[in-house]
Write a protein that binds this ligand. Sequence first.
Ligand code: SF4
Length: 237
Amino acid sequence: MKIRLFEIFTSVEGEGILYGTKTLFVRLAGCPFTCFYCDTKESLPLDSGKEYNLQEACQLIDSNLKKQTYKVNFTGGDPLIQHEAVAELAKYVQGKKIPTYLESSCFDSDRFNHVLPFIDIVKIEFKTKDSKFVDSKHYEKLIENVMNCLKSSVSERKTTYIKIVVSSKTELSEFTNLVSSIFNSVSKHQIDGFIIQPTYGIAEPSLDLLLDLYDIVFPFYPDVKVVPQLHKFIGAP
Ligand code: SF4
C-alpha cells in the first residue's frame, strides 16, 4: 500500500479544543475541494508531496516523533482521500500509545467509518455554503455525510468536537439552521467542544458578527468558544 505525504513536522496545535499541545502533524497530499480560505493550497494537488510505502511512512513518523508529543494529527489536504493508508498509519501510531487525531472535512461517512476505529480525537468540521467547499447542488449531500460522521464519532465515544469556520460572508440564517440541525442529531453532553473559528487574513468576520454567531450556539451549547488559528500568531506552520 502506498501513501502520498505532503509534509510531516512537529509544531504547536493552533486550533480547536487542544490548542497549545505539542503535536506531530502528518499532512496528507490531495484534496479536490475549493474552500476560499484554504491555507494549505500547496497540498491540494493529488500528486503533491512524495509517495512512500507504508513501512517508509511509519519510519518517517518514528524519525520525526519528538519526546513528549501529546498527539499525532492526520491532516491535509483531506486525509479521507487516502483513507485506507491513513487507517494503517493511525493504527501504527496507536500502537505507540500516542493519541491520534483526525482533521477532515468529513465528506464521505463510509471512508470516515473505515478510519474511525484507529482515531482517538475527532474534529467534525461543518462547512457553511459561503466556504465554496462544493457547489450548492452538492452542499446538502456534504452536510448529510458530515452529520453521519458526527453521529458515528459520538456513538463510538471518541473525543469529538465541532468546528465551523466563519467569515464576513457567513449568513446568520444559514448558521442558525445548521446549528439547530446539529443539536437535533446529537446532545450537548455527547460532544467535547464547539469552536467557531474566524478566517484569518481573508474576509475576516467583524467582532459584532462573531458575537452574533456565538449567541446562536450558546443556547444549545454554553461552552461554545470563538478561537482563531493561534499558531499563526507565533509564526508556526
Ligand atoms: S477541505 Fe480543507 S484542505 Fe480541502 S480546500 Fe477546504 S480547507 Fe483546504
